[in-house]
Design a protein around this ligand. Sequence first.
Ligand code: CTP
Ligand code: MG
Length: 573
Amino acid sequence: QRSIPRHFSCPGTVAANFGSEEQPLGSAETGSEDKIPKKRFSEVQKERREQAQRTVLIHCPNNINEKKFLKYLSQHGPINKHFFYESFGFYAVVEFCQKDSVNSLQSEAHTPNKSTESAIPFKSRFLNLKLKNLSNQIPEQLSAQTNNQSPPSSKKLFELLNYAESIDDQLYTLLKTFQLTEENVRLRHLTCSLIEDIAAAYFPGCVIRPFGSSVNTFGKLGCDLDMFLDLDEIGKPNVHKVIIISFARCISSTSLHVRNAGNFLMEFQMKNVPSERIATQKILSVIGECLDNFGPGCVGVQKILNARCPLVRFSHQASGFQCDLTTNNSIALKSSELLYIYGSLDARVRALVFSVRCWARAHSLTSSIPGAWITNFSLTMMVIFFLQRRSPPILPTLDSLKSLADAEDRCILDGNNCTFIRDLYKIKPSGNTETLELLLKEFFEYFGNFAFNKNSINIRQGREQNKPDSSPLYIQNPFETSLNISKNVSQSQLQKFVELARDSAWILEQEDKGQPSPSSKQPWGLAALLLPPGAASPSLSKKKKKPMAEKVKGLLAAIKSNSADISKGSRGK
Ligand code: CTP
Ligand code: MG
């Protein structure tokens, strides 16, 4: 295939440090992250949002000639970056250097003319490219290369793991293989930006912010896209230009203040509803309707308004993301920022979290269906807690991050103190030099023997505490401290987790004794823990005592039916 430079850089554009190609995640590979500039979470998010606003999503014919395509689009202004991907169709993500280019392109676009159906004239940044004259295209060697948005197949993963040189190397390999790519991160922010355009039809000046694993450094390819509608920006003075909006539509119990002049104070007339929950439900209900009726590419819209945290769930077909849209969720954004900090402090953190998440998914401890299972969020908290418990600690407690905070870091949300230091440079790196192999084994041993019956997990203080209630698994929400983030987990699911943790610690213990070696064809190390179909090491099984061997057999059978999931996009929650 002819090679075309995939990216055209505009001078002066900067990439965010998280997962970007310009500043690759060398840290994750080498274990040293000192040389990587550590941006603040807010800076990264701001930069990504601006990037997304200059970007369009184009459905293309799949034999598109990349060079001609770029030439055609460049008429509207220089292009900073572009890539193609496939997801039930062939798509291009094109980021212009200037926002004006998007307007120029949109002004040239037509409303489709269909004889049987009627199009709702919503002009978004999701476009469709048609060829005027099919015979003009020379598809052969000229068609564009696509960027992969899915995780590797389980076969490929096990191959990669078996070729690694050590268990540490395996953990970093798994991280590199599953972490969100630069393109996937861009696509996530673009999807939020496109949804924002739709929501802005009702609430001009609103912001749709991604949170959760899409932004907290723990996202795996295929994970869902959590986003929330932030209406707080509307009230801020710097968006006063949008105040001409028809605010009578805005349903909220809070009042919006505009400038105080002399003895006068002007407020908007607003519709009031009895509670914030009802306001949230009403807002999400209309946005849900909007997405369902007018949102290009939004399908399967479900309004789940009676949940503790009301949400609208839908599929964004073109990007392939399963989206969960909530509102009023600034605490969840704050917890994403906290995880971002933990994930950026030490390269071992993400490597360990990814392996534990994949391990849990491979053993069906987590599921994409909501239920009594442990979630990825809970597993991440458990890893963070475990790393706070090492000697010396690998991660600081939330209380110590709070004590490092400056006045500008102060943050109180809904009466909860969410203050912590946000400048990564002000946090002293850990002096702990333990290997990932040791940490993984110790993680399984630690939680295989944890007194879940009486203790809770608390990353704020970094030590076990008495459980305040009888939930089988109690992990304190770091900011809403009266909440248990794993309230849903049943005793039997917890028991399954404990047994698997013990078995996995045992398997790693055998590896320590030199069986089998990295050159072996048998799955070893991390691969043995993820257990592909029929890949039990006979040498390991033989050495085991009878009851344990029986257990592993049962486990293998269970895994056999589930391991295909690894290749299916690991929605793994
Ligand atoms: N969250 C929370 N309390 C919970 C569940 C979720 O505060 N009991 C917040 C967390 O900030 C979490 C986010 O909501 O990161 C999104 O939840 P979820 O999608 O379940 O977790 P992710 O961290 O995004 O992980 P996954 O990759 O499984 O989606
Ligand atoms: Mg999520």
